[in-house]
Design a protein around this ligand. Structure first.
Ligand SMILES: [Zn+2]
Ligand SMILES: [Zn+2]
Length: 266
């Protein structure tokens, strides 16, 4: 299983997951032109994509979806509340929407796709667990809090993309207005590096061998700080031989990671 983060952060999110010949996009929050360029770099075209999994309807996750669907009639998978929001935003593409049930696996090509609900201030918000013959990956950014649902959904995955949005001190002392700081820090906003560290340690304890930190804030975090905080939590919880591979997704991508038996950050 191969994961390529084409972009990650509040300026746009899009990832490619490949399980054999099945290629899936998660979110389309950058321009269709950039998505097609990113696919081309991986030797793929839009017609190779089996579907787009949407996590929620915020602009940084769907900004490129309208043009993408104009270029290719791709099925768009998401949970019911997010599908309702997308239907209102993109009525001309309502037929592309396929509602899938939280905590139930839907087969898309050679991949089993299981959405799970996340706590975030969108109409509907979910993460995904994607499993195939060559491995499994969990994907959830835009998390207000790590709920029991999230923990269960991610337990045992080979690789996971988790949110490490902000350093709490940088956010508190940073330039954002008070209402925005409150929103981000709330249980319906975004996940801090500290909370990501706790989740990372739990996942690694249950066997996750590759962890990618995503949706880092440009203003309230740095890749170095996120990696340091999460590494500290991992080192405190696990013996050195059990430590997973850890990397931070660059805002403008791409970051390619092989997930499964052999793990390496490229
Ligand atoms: Zn977002
Ligand atoms: Zn969001």
């Amino acid at each position: 299983m191969r994961l390529v983060l084409l972009a990650s952060g509040s300026t746009g999110n899009c990832a490619l997951i490949s399980e054999g010949d099945t290629h899936l996009l998660i979110d389309a929050g950058i321009s269709a032109r950039r998505i097609c360029g990113g696919l081309q770099q991986q030797g793929l075209e839009l017609r190779d994509i089996a579907g787009v999994l949407v996590t929620h309807e915020h602009t940084d996750h769907i900004a490129g979806l309208r043009v993408l669907l104009r270029r290719a009639p791709l099925p768009v998978y998401t949970i019911a509340p997010a599908a309702r929001a997308l239907r209102a935003l993109l009525p001309e593409h309502a037929d592309a929407l396929c509602e899938i049930e939280p905590d139930c696996a839907a087969l898309v090509g050679g991949a089993a796709v299981t959405p799970f609900c996340t706590q975030h201030d969108a109409a509907g918000s979910c993460g995904y667990r994607i499993s195939g013959e060559s491995g499994s990956v969990g994907f959830c950014t835009d998390l207000g809090a790590v709920t029991e649902t999230v923990r269960c959904a991610l337990r045992g995955v080979d690789g996971a993309v988790i949110e490490a949005n902000h350093d709490i001190d940088m956010l508190r002392n940073g330039p954002y207005p008070a209402y925005l700081k409150r929103r981000i820090l709330s249980d319906y906003g975004h996940l801090s590096n500290d909370a990501a560290g706790d989740l990372a340690a739990e996942l690694a304890y249950h066997g996750t061998r590759s962890l990618i930190l995503g949706h880092l804030s440009r203003h309230n975090n740095t890749p170095q700080r996120a990696l340091e905080t999460v590494s500290r939590a991992l080192c405190a919880a696990l013996p050195p031989e059990a430590l997973p591979e850890l990397c931070a997704a660059p805002e403008a991508g791409p970051l390619a990671v092989e997930i499964g038996a052999r793990v390496c950050c490229l």
